[in-house]
Design a binder for this molecule. Structure first.
Ligand code: AWU
Length: 463
């Protein structure tokens, strides 16, 4: 890494608390530290252990943490996300202001997650630029901008056509608005206002960093450059721990529920590209129906698989809504299935030569990790930007195969079994595309477009 003599400026990095947001921003922090910046990371007490891999590879003269309280019981909001967003502002704003004012050499810029729109107001109060970090792609961010800024009052999303608003995007899908109509159906109450102001603050920020790369989303990144009307739009992804950092990879985002070594040894016994890895991110738990159809499909398909089964993050609905593995399933598939209940070492698994396909909910980190490891992607989007991400994979990049859609569209297990069995065939057309995309992703972060953007970002910060 950079010698400590050429120390860069001091910046504040402020991730949003959930895994899908803090993991990529900590990976980016690793890259910024390697380029000599001095960084203070704002972290809640429960997330502090996630900094361990960073702290073991960077001196405390360069990396500090500012531990602030976990989001408490915020003013009542319909969703956990909004409750957290409000609570983080309520509790952290005054503490952060106090820290800034007392600091002997306060940060010269703030990089904060797009769910922390209020940090724009904070940044202008302390007189430093705020840069948004988007853990989602430029397409998803463009759609959100279109929805929250250009069409806030429109109550008939069905008659909107995305291609109208992005004329420069070839074959852009006519966005299936029903998938985000929940945004439109939100009553225009204080929650809606808070969320919309967050997005408007992001658009008014000094600049934006995407965990994406030019070869993947060029048209959408160019669209965002027109939106921001400046060159302060950087695509620096896929931000991932280095291949040779096995410890950092094995414990990325949390310690694995099974020893990483056991999973990799099991994979060593499998043929190249023969295993389907199944995981729906850090928060999604499957309903009973989804669980039953998927278990039956994995059983009927005969494929080797690793299935990371997640319990609900919070009992938003009664536990009967969530599925458990069918009785006897684990015994019946013991010869070719590896079940992980809890947290899987996802990147270590995807990097193994035996993994050929990735059944994913299309969370943006999983999309990038699947692309960076050359997996054929089976798409089963569940919420948020996952539908947009699935469209990008299937309809535009042609590296994805549609598997399911939310809890409404659950195909029958025999059909799913066929897709699973075909996904690991060497002759799949998607496999060639996946290989090409993987090469583009890896070259972007190894001296290519993402490295160039990252160097440009660091130069601007050091100015
Ligand atoms: P990912 O983005 O794949 O999914 P979520 O956790 O659902 O997070 C936003 O992140 C997405 O755009 C949203 O749609 C939403 C959210 N992981 C792991 O290592 N082991 C596990 O068992 C489960 C997950 C890692 C995985 C990835 C992250 C999940 C940006 O999806 O490698 O890095 O956790 O993020």
């Amino acid at each position: 890494s950079t010698s400590t003599t050429c120390m860069g400026v001091h910046i504040l990095v402020y991730p949003y608390v959930s895994s899908g947001h803090i993991i990529p921003l900590l990976d980016l922090t690793h890259c910024l530290l390697d380029r000599g910046l001095v960084i203070t990371v704002v972290v809640t007490a429960s997330n502090l252990p996630l900094l361990d891999p960073l702290r073991s590879s960077h001196p405390s003269s360069q990396l500090q943490s500012l531990v602030l309280p976990d989001p408490g019981n915020a003013p009542p909001s319909k969703s956990r996300l909004l409750a957290n967003m409000r609570s983080l502002r309520e509790v952290h704003y005054p503490l952060l202001l106090n820290w800034f004012q007392l600091h002997s050499s306060p940060p010269v810029a703030i990089i904060s997650d797009f769910f922390l729109g209020w940090t724009s107001e904070f940044a202008s109060q302390v007189g430093v630029p705020r840069i948004v970090f988007s853990p989602s792609g430029a397409l998803a961010f463009s759609v959100a901008t279109f929805v929250w800024r250009d069409q806030p009052q429109n109550d008939h999303p069905e008659n909107l056509n995305l291609s109208v608003s992005f004329p420069k995007i070839p074959n852009s899908p006519t966005f299936p608005w029903w998938q985000i109509s929940h945004i439109y159906r939100m009553p225009k109450d204080s929650d809606w206002e808070f969320y919309r102001n967050c997005y408007l603050a992001n658009l008014a920020s000094w600049g934006i960093i995407f965990n994406s790369f030019a070869e993947l989303e060029r048209v959408y990144l160019d669209h965002m450059k027109r939106e921001f009307q400046n060159d302060r739009v950087w695509a620096v992804g896929p931000v991932l721990p280095p291949d040779d950092d096995l410890t950092g990879t094995a414990n990325r985002g949390g310690s694995s529920s099974v020893p990483c070594h056991d999973v990799l040894t099991w994979l060593d016994s499998c043929k190249d590209h023969s295993v389907v890895y199944v995981c729906f991110g850090s928060r999604t738990a499957l309903t009973c129906k989804q669980m039953d159809e998927l278990a039956a499909a994995l059983e009927k398909s005969g494929v080797h698989f690793i299935w990371c089964v997640r319990q609900p993050v919070e009992q938003r609905r009664t536990s009967s809504d969530y599925g458990d593995l069918p009785d006897g399933f684990e015994d019946r598939v013991a010869d070719r299935g590896f079940i992980i209940k809890g947290w899987a070492p996802q990147v270590a698994i995807l990097r193994h030569r035996a993994v050929g396909a990735f059944l994913t909910h299309c969370g943006w980190n999983s999309v990038l990790e699947g692309i960076a490891t050359g997996a054929v992607m089976l798409t089963w989007p569940m919420s948020a930007d996952q539908f947009t991400n699935a469209q990008l994979l299937v309809d535009q990049l042609r590296v994805g195969i549609r598997f399911g859609e939310g809890t409404a569209n659950i195909p029958e297990s025999t059909e799913l079994a066929r897709i699973l069995a075909e996904s690991v065939a060497e002759t799949r057309p998607e496999r060639l595309i996946a290989k090409k995309l993987q090469e583009e992703a890896l070259s972007a972060v190894r001296g290519g477009s993402s490295d160039t953007d990252l160097d440009g970002l660091v130069r601007r910060l050091n100015q």
